[in-house]
Design a protein around this ligand. Structure first.
Ligand code: HEM
Length: 440
């Protein structure tokens, strides 16, 4: 039996280290925020929980994994949500079709005020569907993200990386790596797949950045969002008039014309794909650079054989800093037993991949960044089950090419500020850097 399967078998035998405490945390009586010293205080912990500093995961995650891996917390509006903190429970939950991803379900857990209204006002995409709708729509897009297709795209991605590095070399130092390199690698790759004309790249990138930036005003963000939707509509109509051989053109020819998908549905999906993963890919590139620079032994290993180390590095950075950590939400369609608790019909869950990715029962020395970690393939940064990220393979290839290109061109690259001066995202938001000043 492999180490991993032995660890898993041991996990399966265990209900939890403290069943009575777990029963209390799951029941109607409420507990303190520290389950190890839990007292009956009629207050569940609030969710999202805060990172104590920089990129360190919230401290509560490790405590909950040990004491009560499936437990309740409170959302901003006072409603309850189940937190799933261990790897095995997360995988079980995400593979269980008794949990729904339909966000218009009245009890689907939302994390911010106004999210429910926003969801109801828009055309749904497969990211928020259950089978059979999910199956039909995801099936139309899947081939552009399959390994074979992405491998054919690898030289193009390498070309984007080279071009961006040329630009960095011409610029005056220090350079903000996030803007000059990490984000454009992601943008250029997805624009190419969708068939967005080169001359629109800048307009689109500015609007996407404006829409997603926490520092934009609500009005600017809403205006940028509307411009993007309008642009996508024009783009789809243009593909109907003059189809090429890109993704949108193929879907127009194969699915729009025969009624498998309506124009509005295609516009909504094109919008989804253009905004879905850019910030996350960019964040992983940034964080990979920061971790390599902070761990000289790992950097030396990577530089010695970048080709061999790049796949492990890309996976390990995604495990170590799960950047899409608040996305794995579901609502129970019937009562489900999970981790010794009963999740009742219509109760919401959030599967915390940032916590599961640090589960010591699966990842040895889980808090160590280790690009040669043998069990890294078990990472759940991209989720699990049917909704597992459609673009996982693509994102990993982007990361591999970005790291190889960057450290190949600038082997002496370093932070242009002290590590303590790096500006991190808000402690309750997905982990990321606001900018990354580098020099060489
Ligand atoms: C490092 C980069 C990325 C990470 C960590 C990531 C993470 C995730 C996660 C955790 C999910 C599962 C959500 C759930 O089960 O509720 C997901 C789904 C998805 N991701 Fe990504 N993602 C990344 C990049 C991308 C990119 C580049 C794209 C688009 C080009 C993309 C498009 C999607 C879509 C469409 C889904 C929905 C899949 C479905 O519901 O069937 N992602 N992603």
């Amino acid at each position: 039996m492999s180490l991993l399967s032995a660890a898993r078998a041991a996990c399966r035998r265990r209900v939890g280290p403290n069943p009575s405490l777990c029963a209390a945390l799951g029941a109607t009586r409420a507990m303190s925020t520290n389950p190890e010293t839990a007292t009956d205080v009629h207050a569940r912990p609030s969710f999202p929980m805060m990172r104590p500093e920089a990129s360190v995961p919230p401290e509560e995650y490790a405590k909950l994994r040990k004491t009560c891996p499936v437990s309740k917390a409170k959302l901003f509006d006072g409603s309850d949500i189940w937190l799933i903190t261990k790897h095995r429970d997360l995988v079980d939950a995400l593979r269980d079709q008794r949990f729904s991803k339909v966000r218009t379900h009245p009890d689907f857990p939302e994390l911010v005020e106004g999210a429910k209204a926003a969801v109801e006002g828009r055309e749904p995409t497969f990211v928020d569907m259950d089978p059979p709708d999910w199956t039909r729509f995801r099936g139309m897009f899947e081939r552009w993200f399959a390994g074979g297709y992405v491998e054919k795209l690898r030289p193009t991605i390498r070309g984007h990386v080279k071009e961006l590095l040329d630009g960095m070399q011409r610029a005056s130092k220090p350079v903000n790596l996030h803007e000059a390199f990490s984000l454009p690698v992601a943008f250029k790759t997805i624009y190419g797949i969708l068939g967005i004309p080169f001359e629109d790249f800048e307009f689109l990138s500015n609007n996407i950045a404006m829409r997603s930036s926490g520092s934009s005003t609500a009005r600017d963000a809403a205006a940028a969002q509307q411009e993007l939707v309008d642009y996508m509509e024009k783009l789809v109509k243009e593909k109907e008039r003059n189809p090429g051989n890109d993704m949108l053109s193929e879907i127009v020819k194969n699915d729009l014309r025969n009624g498998n998908i309506s124009r509005d549905q295609l516009i909504a999906h094109a919008f989804l794909l253009v905004v879905a993963g850019n910030a996350t890919v960019a964040s992983m590139i940034n964080l990979g650079v920061v971790e390599l620079l902070a761990n000289p032994d790992q950097l030396a290993a990577f530089k010695e054989d970048p080709e061999a180390c790049a796949p492990g590095l890309a996976l390990e950075i995604c495990r170590f800093h799960s950047a899409s950590a608040l996305a794995l939400r579901r609502v129970a369609l019937e009562d489900v037993q999970l981790g010794g608790q009963t999740i009742r019909k219509n109760e919401g869950i959030i599967a915390l991949n940032m916590s599961a990715n640090r589960d010591e029962e699966v990842f040895r020395n889980a808090d160590k960044f280790d690009i040669r970690r043998p069990e890294v393939g078990e990472q759940v940064a991209y989720g699990a089950g049917i909704h597992r990220c459609i673009a996982e393979y693509l994102a990993l290839v982007e990361l591999q090419e970005a790291f190889k290109g960057l450290f190949g061109r600038f082997p002496n690259i370093k932070l242009a500020v002290d590590e303590s001066e790096l500006e991190w995202s808000a402690p309750q938001a997905d982990v990321g850097l606001k900018s990354l000043p580098v020099t060489w």
